[in-house]
Design a protein around this ligand. Structure first.
Ligand code: GRF
Length: 183
């Protein structure tokens, strides 16, 4: 059982997945300078770069079939995938988002939640559909914002939760073990 991971950036979630021992058959990025690619290289995981989305999707499909990979895991992948690709891999593409969806969709979720003044935010793992952060929710963890938190400390808390939760949830999906989705 293995997964393909799609990234665009730092790849700290990719690192957490690698460190957890989950089998990553390939890492694919749309950005050639994504620091996450170095993490793949260091872990001796094959990686590729496809700046054009259509090519990236075509290659991801090929790799998944070739490697018999079970899930396509988005870890800081910053593009919206095409509907055809999403339908082909229905309920096989998952993403992690740094808020309690459906609140604070989009790519500045932590800052948006902070500026809104919410007292509880969190992390969501969800299936990917055609929308942005709109797919069915798989698992969530709530995080309390304390009176002495800053945006920086909140970011730290959220990333810490992500790095523990994402590998756990993926591992459970791969083995077919379903807890209640609350972490
Ligand atoms: C994470 O906060 C994740 O929730 C969001 O993008 C960020 C990726 O960070 N989708 P990294 O590249 O894994 O460090």
């Amino acid at each position: 059982m293995s997964i393909v991971v799609l990234i665009s950036g730092t790849g700290t979630n990719l690192q957490a997945i690698i460190d957890s021992g989950l089998e990553v058959s390939h890492v694919i990025s749309n950005i050639s300078e994504a620091p996450g690619l170095l993490r793949a290289e260091k872990a001796r995981i094959p990686w590729s770069v496809y700046p054009r989305l259509q090519n990236l999707e075509k290659y991801t499909t090929e790799i998944c079939k070739q490697e018999d990979s079970n899930y396509i895991v988005l870890a800081g992948f910053m593009r919206i995938l095409n509907p055809n690709f999403i339908h082909e891999w229905n309920r096989k593409i998952i993403n992690i988002h740094p808020s309690l969806l459906p609140a604070f969709k989009g790519n500045s979720a932590i800052k948006d939640a902070w500026e809104y003044g919410v007292k509880v935010t969190g992390v969501t793992v969800h299936y990917v559909d055609e929308g942005m952060d709109t797919g069915q929710i798989i698992a969530q963890k709530a995080i309390r914002i304390a009176g002495n938190d800053t945006l920086k400390s909140l970011e730290k808390k959220i990333h810490k939760v992500e790095h523990k939760m994402y590998p756990q949830v993926i591992g459970q999906m791969l083995t077919g073990f379903w807890p209640n989705g609350i972490y």
